[in-house]
Ligand binder design. Structure first.
Ligand code: ATP
Ligand code: MG
Length: 391
């Protein structure tokens, strides 16, 4: 999403200081210092880490920031790879090779010499230049060479670390997508031979798939990584971030309204930014309650199609269960006398909850169930449940 929004008050045209959509950096990036410190220590120790969080919680932004900081330290070579757009093993080989090659050096001759010195096969390396002058690397391989080339390419970070006495960090974003390509065993068998000089960071948003991959004893990645969950950004950090942006653009917002916004978005970065974007647009000088409420309504309307789509895809019992969770704040669901009133039995509740957990619509923390997406929770509460059902 591009930053094209402008707000015109009188003769002043100022661009909105909030941004939501793709990854953020620089002034758009708030906090995450503890997470960055922990990830840097893990990289230093050569640990492999699984980082998971729901959609839109800021995983990619955090990983990119980590990459920048590690590279700036001069002690690491970082490979960043996003699995999301991969649709075949061949595509993986090509794109991963390119990502690895680009991270090794900016001088193509050096990259080519290194590749030729370490690759067992003598594949034809193709270097192409894009429209804006960026180089990309590819391999011309036959079907017969595919398996061994895959292994060679997976081994490249380790070969580089050894040859250059360097520390390499390989970041795989949206790693759960690997499940579709039958690559897990190969992947694991190759990277487990890489020593402490190479550390792998796997990140993803589909908790149910990642849980299967990393917790199931029959799977290749079983107990092979440190688990790290990232959560929302704290209220204190948001207050500094939001007030700073309002002040720098000549406007004011009180702590009370930031706290209220935090309650609705539960500190999810994407929604905090989206809500503040709308609030800023509507504010001439000082934020008031009416502006905030209107911005929440606008935000819900923007997401209406998405939530209606998810809602229409749910079974009747799943819809009843989501309402039941919200009405009871996710607690004591089986013990609750209202189970019958909600039109559910204990056994249907169990199977429905299992289904919702599998779909990553719900999650559970300390015996409390909740909707993973806080704005969807708000939407169901305000648009799908009649007033008198709510406590
Ligand atoms: N540290 C942060 N500070 C401020 N805003 C953030 C931060 N991290 C994320 N955001 C907000 O959330 C949006 C989504 O961020 P990002 O793409 O990094 O999340 P993600 O978890 O990778 O999302 P997805 O699951 O869709 O891949 C950003 O456009 C920005 O508005
Ligand atoms: Mg992402």
């Amino acid at each position: 999403m591009q930053k094209l929004s402008f707000c015109i008050y009188g003769e002043n045209t100022m661009s909105n200081p909030f941004f939501y959509g793709n990854e953020v950096s620089g002034e758009d990036f708030c906090d995450r210092t503890d997470e960055l410190d922990e990830l840097k220590k893990d990289a230093g120790a050569g640990l492999n880490v699984l980082l998971y969080a729901p959609r839109r919680l800021g995983k990619t932004s955090l990983l990119r920031k980590l990459q920048t900081q590690l590279e700036q330290s001069g002690q690491y070579t970082v490979v960043f790879f996003d699995f999301f757009s991969i649709s075949s093993v061949d595509e993986f080989i090509q794109r991963y090779f390119n990502a690895v090659a680009q991270s090794f050096d900016t001088v193509p001759d050096k990259v080519l010499n290194f590749m030729k010195s370490v690759l067992k096969l003598r594949p034809n390396i193709i270097v192409t230049m894009g429209q804006s002058g960026e180089l990309s690397y590819g391999l011309s391989i036959t079907k017969r060479e595919r398996e061994s080339t895959l292994e060679d390419v997976l081994n490249l970070p380790n070969l580089y670390a050894k040859a250059k006495k360097a520390k390499v960090v390989v970041i795989f974003d949206e790693f759960q997508e690997i499940e579709q390509f039958d690559l897990e065993k190969k992947f694991r068998s190759v990277i487990q031979t890489h020593g402490r000089q190479v550390s792998y960071l796997f990140s993803g948003s589909k908790k149910s798939i990642l849980k299967r991959m990393f917790h199931d004893s029959s799977r290749a990645f079983y107990k092979s990584v440190k688990h790290m969950h990232i959560g929302e950004i704290s209220l204190e950090e948001w207050i500094l971030f939001v007030q700073g942006k309002f002040e720098r653009t000549g406007k004011k917002v009180g702590v009370k309204h930031i706290r209220e916004a935090f309650g609705i978005t539960q500190g999810f970065p994407y929604y905090m930014q989206q809500l503040m974007f709308e609030v800023w647009n509507e504010t001439a000088e000082v934020v008031d309650e009416a502006i905030l409420q209107n911005a929440v309504r606008v935000m819900c309307e923007r997401e209406y199609d998405l939530y209606s789509y998810i809602w229409s895809d749910l079974t009747i019992n799943q819809r009843k269960t989501l309402k039941y969770i919200i009405i009871n704040d996710g607690k004591n669901l089986y013990a609750n006398e209202q189970l019958g009133d909600a039109g559910l039995t204990a056994s249907t509740l169990k199977s429905t909850l299992d289904g919702l957990l599998k779909k990553d619509i719900c999650d559970r923390k300390n015996d409390r169930y909740y909707l993973v997406d806080p704005l969807m929770s708000y939407w169901v509460r305000h648009y799908m449940i009649s007033e008198h059902s709510l406590p």
